[in-house]
Design a protein around this ligand. Structure first.
Ligand SMILES: CC(C)(COP(=O)(O)OP(=O)(O)OC[C@H]1O[C@@H](n2cnc3c(N)ncnc32)[C@H](O)[C@@H]1OP(=O)(O)O)[C@@H](O)C(=O)NCCC(=O)NCCS
Length: 154
């Protein structure tokens, strides 16, 4: 039976780095600072992981005005042996609960355009696509348009 636990500390970071290398072999390593992590454990074996972090859309009209934080579903991966069990959907729900617990009212994320499994999980969990502006783009400078953006009111 899978058990999802908050993950922090050196040992948890080691497991996450290892899983992330397996799941995203071509991506830059994850950053831990400012993100909240979870690991899904099948007994003593880590099966999946995910993180969220607060995201503040830029407010170009009034840079001094602090906009409401969104909860950015930052990273998620399920090791190949544990796929097809709906774990990504569970990881989305767990992070939404954590966002709600600190008063965040909107979750956002992005996917590669070809990531059908992720898109299906997001749609099943109530996310809808949106076209990002320069202010709401989540995927890094100059890369707007390369990714599909998703959001959900919590
Ligand atoms: C994306 C990922 C987390 C999904 O893992 P998972 O939770 O086990 O997902 P599932 O296998 O249950 O698939 C989710 C849904 O997509 C469907 N699906 C899976 N592969 C698919 C494909 N190639 N094409 C279309 N649909 C697909 C499944 O049938 C399932 O549909 P359902 O919800 O109607 O049952 C996992 O594949 C992974 O770690 N991939 C690499 C990293 C990654 O892309 N992370 C997400 C970044 S946004």
């Amino acid at each position: 039976m899978i058990k999802f636990l908050p993950a922090s500390g050196i040992e948890a970071e080691k497991w996450i780095r290892w899983m992330d290398g397996e799941v995203f072999p071509n991506d830059k390593p994850v950053t831990f600072i400012g993100s909240y992590w979870f690991i899904g454990w099948e007994g003593k074996q880590p099966a999946c992981y995910a993180a969220w972090r607060p995201h503040y859309p830029t407010n170009t009209l009034s840079p001094l005005h602090i906009t409401s934080a969104q909860g950015f579903q930052y990273r998620a991966g399920v090791l190949p042996a544990y796929r097809s069990r709906g774990y990504q959907k569970k990881l989305l729900a767990i992070r939404e609960r954590a966002m709600l617990a600190v008063g965040i009212k909107e979750a956002v994320t992005y996917t590669d355009p070809q990531s059908a499994a992720s898109m299906r999980s997001l749609i099943a969990c109530g996310y809808m696509p949106f076209v990002p502006t320069k202010e709401t783009n989540l995927s890094g400078e100059g890369r707007a348009g390369l990714f599909v953006h998703w959001r959900k009111a919590l």
